[in-house]
Ligand binder design. Structure first.
Ligand SMILES: Cc1ncc(COP(=O)(O)O)c(C=O)c1O
Length: 467
């Protein structure tokens, strides 16, 4: 008694050149709590001590502690300190323990910045929903989706993506995959066939086949979907990513957009997957094709890239004739998407927090893209990067002698996860130079540098193995 506990030292190093000191401090604290190096109940250094140790203002530390307290990582300690909360450690312990197979660096596409999830805004939105929602909101949901979210989504896609719609055309679902599956259910009833981009979303074909509809692959080249091949195959519908082709990263060329729309107007359906159009870094994104032919395009989107894939929330904006059959397919499948999460998303959009989050995220992803390209230029100068400045991934063409199977095993030994583009083809891939689809959404600048250095080593290995 009477003696003051010794303050612990935090192994935190801030990178002043990179800037964003407050964000760096918060990320370092979150990581230390998540990986268990800061355990529940540990009292943190006082704000004055930590500010002195790190050479930053006390206000910056006070604000960081407050942010982590709002997120549930920190809690007040007896006698006015701050400690790691029990809740945060329970979450950390629930996380799977990394094994020797867990990648240390992950360059696979598909994951946004998970640490950037707007926890505070989401907490505010869910708290507001729990306060405001009447008991009636807890009944089985409307299979079309809750009117508040359908209204918010209609307003958002009209404003941001030029989609022509009112809320009557919107159906809420769990994401692009479910949207495709619901449309495939409806087309299967009509014995229809759906074309998929080749290369394209790799579960696309499986989802369509599982629903019992036919599937055909339509090749993609440097101008996006090959519309001449689409016209020749002439399926009942086609799944396409016009704003930013996945995985090649090119937009659909203007003349092909017109050909696609003309084809759709002849009684076909375009399923427009607008999965990452919020992220264009060099200019405004191309508006949705749906705006050109609202009665022939099913526009689909989700929050998987804008917030987090774990939410499982997405939407369809449908031609009028498809609203009733898709709603019926949704009713039979699961009775509708959970109402509370729908209301929280509606609140996030209507409060302006969604737009604010996206403005910040866009800057962060642009910096991550720049960092990745810089590292590639430095460590693998022979690599070529294709695609527009957009989204969360790039297509990287490796030096021609690189043996891909050898590269994959050499990368695995280094605990570096990579994805060859061949994985996204249904038809045999063209015998071109080896290519990787590299995701940078969840890879900060330091990790990009380290991961690309490992990739360069793995390529050297693979080339000497092939030589
Ligand atoms: C081409 C494409 N479409 C859509 C999605 C998102 O799918 P979902 O909304 O089902 O999470 C992804 C995610 O990786 C994707 O790559």
């Amino acid at each position: 008694l009477g003696t003051r506990a010794v303050e612990i030292e935090l192994p935190i190093v801030l990178d002043r050149v990179r800037g964003g000191l407050r964000r760096q401090l918060e990320e370092a604290l979150r990581t230390a709590i998540r990986n268990g190096s800061l355990r529940a109940g540990t009292t943190l250094p006082s704000t004055r001590t930590l500010a002195g140790d790190l050479g930053v203002s006390r206000r910056l530390v006070v604000d960081s502690y407050a942010q982590l307290a709002a997120e549930g990582y920190l809690a007040p300690a007896p006698r006015s300190g701050t400690r790691v909360s029990e809740l945060a450690t329970a979450v950390a312990q629930a996380a799977p323990t990394p094994t020797a197979d867990t990648p240390k660096y992950d360059l696979r596409p598909g994951t946004p910045d998970l640490a950037g999830f707007p926890r505070t805004a989401w907490r505010r939105a869910t708290a507001s929903v729990l306060r405001r929602a009447p008991d009636d909101a807890l009944r089985y949901p409307d299979p079309r989706g809750h009117p508040e979210l359908r209204r918010a989504v209609a307003e958002y896609v009209r404003r941001v993506r030029g989609v022509a719609c009112d809320d009557g055309r919107v159906v809420i679902c769990s994401g692009v995959r479910e949207a495709l599956s619901l449309l495939a259910d409806v087309l299967a009833d009509r014995r229809g066939t759906i074309g998929v981009e080749d290369p394209g979303l790799h579960e696309g074909g499986e989802i369509i086949t599982a629903a019992g509809a036919g599937v055909c692959a339509v090749p993609v080249d440097g101008d996006g979907l090959c519309t001449d091949r689409l016209l020749a195959a002439d399926p009942d519908a086609v799944l396409v990513t016009p704003a930013h082709q996945f995985p090649t990263g090119v937009p659909l060329a203007a003349v092909r957009r017109s050909e696609l729309v003309a084809w759709a107007r002849r009684g076909r359906l375009v399923i427009e997957d607008d999965y990452d159009a919020e992220y264009r870094y060099d200019r405004s994104p191309l508006q949705a094709v749906q705006g050109l032919a609202p009665d022939h395009v099913a526009y689909v989107g989700s929050v998987s890239k804008t917030l987090a894939p774990a939410l499982r929330l997405g939407w369809l904006v449908l031609p009028p004739g498809l609203v009733a059959p898709v709603t019926e397919a949704k009713r039979l499948r699961d009775g509708g998407t959970g109402t509370l999460a729908q209301l929280a998303l509606a609140h996030l959009i209507e409060s302006g927090d969604y737009d604010r989050h996206l403005r910040r995220a866009r800057l962060r992803y642009r910096a991550r893209r720049d960092a990745l390209l810089h590292a590639l230029g430095l460590h693998i100068p022979a690599a070529r990067v294709a695609g527009i400045s957009a989204g969360l991934h790039v297509l990287v063409t490796l030096p021609p002698q690189t043996d891909l199977p050898a590269l994959e095993s050499s990368a695995r030994r280094r605990r570096l996860a990579i994805t060859p583009v061949a994985r996204f083809y249904r038809l045999p891939p063209p015998a071109a130079a080896p290519q990787l689809v590299v995701g940078y959404g969840n890879v900060d600048a330091a990790a990009a540098e380290a991961a690309v250095r490992l990739l360069a080593e793995a390529i050297d290995d693979a080339r000497s193995a092939g030589a």
